[in-house]
Design a protein around this ligand. Sequence first.
Ligand SMILES: NC(=O)c1ccc[n+]([C@@H]2O[C@H](COP(=O)([O-])OP(=O)(O)OC[C@H]3O[C@@H](n4cnc5c(N)ncnc54)[C@H](O)[C@@H]3O)[C@@H](O)[C@H]2O)c1
Length: 249
Amino acid sequence: MVTGGESGIGRASAIALAQAGWDVAILYYRDAAAAAETAKAVTDAGRRAAQVQADVGDEAAVEAAFDAAVAALGPIACLVNSAGLNMRGTPVADMALAQWQQMLRTDLDGVFLTSRRFVRDAHARKQGGSIVNISSIHAVDVRAGGADYCAAKAAVKSLTETMALEEAPHGVTVNCVAPGMILTPMNARAVADADYRRALEANIPAGRAGTPEEVAALVVFLASPAARYINGATLTIDGALSLLLAQDA
Ligand SMILES: NC(=O)c1ccc[n+]([C@@H]2O[C@H](COP(=O)([O-])OP(=O)(O)OC[C@H]3O[C@@H](n4cnc5c(N)ncnc54)[C@H](O)[C@@H]3O)[C@@H](O)[C@H]2O)c1
């Protein structure tokens, strides 16, 4: 099950998981046609695909989406939480409560709701599994104008670690991937405007932004048997961007 599977890192993860031999349920929000494109790529890779719709912040919708995915594909052995909103550059002084709550509902409540359902099913089946949460380097390295986003992602890191402790005895791993700048629709301006992108990329030690496929490869690894002993970890994938602290003064 991949949330946000109709776009960006979620789509790339769904396709990479299929190429690695997984059947994939694509949880999408509003764009059924985009989800269908991901589903086609999954079936083109020779695996089965299911499309399920939900707002990840809606408890009943998440439960119904899991019911539909299990009915279509069978028990879910891996959950990738990629659904999320981006920061909007709003300082706290100017931030409406509604903006704060929408971010927390999507980026944190969503991970709670899908993960809770996933582990309840895993416990019932006694077969373990893996959860991979797409966090961000901004969970730790905060940015002005992103208090809602940074708080949500920091809480996802904490939720990941708490669940890893709780779930390790059940054979479930719970890990975070923390990307830096990745070229997805979330960074639409950088994708469309080469000058703007190059200006940002000049700040990244690797000299370029990352691709959703590079993040997806890490997701596939964390979902694989080779990663069974990695639990509660946050794996940063940012071209060394987050190491650029306290360098120049
Ligand atoms: N792109 C980056 O540079 C970057 C960096 C760090 C972390 N991330 C994280 O990676 C994840 C994926 O982002 P992306 O870059 O692929 O962006 P994206 O905009 O392409 O994908 C985000 C997805 O979340 C879905 N979504 C939003 N609200 C939802 C809701 N209420 N219910 C269900 N789905 C919802 C959207 O439909 C979309 O498919 C996000 O959690 C994001 O915070 C991205």
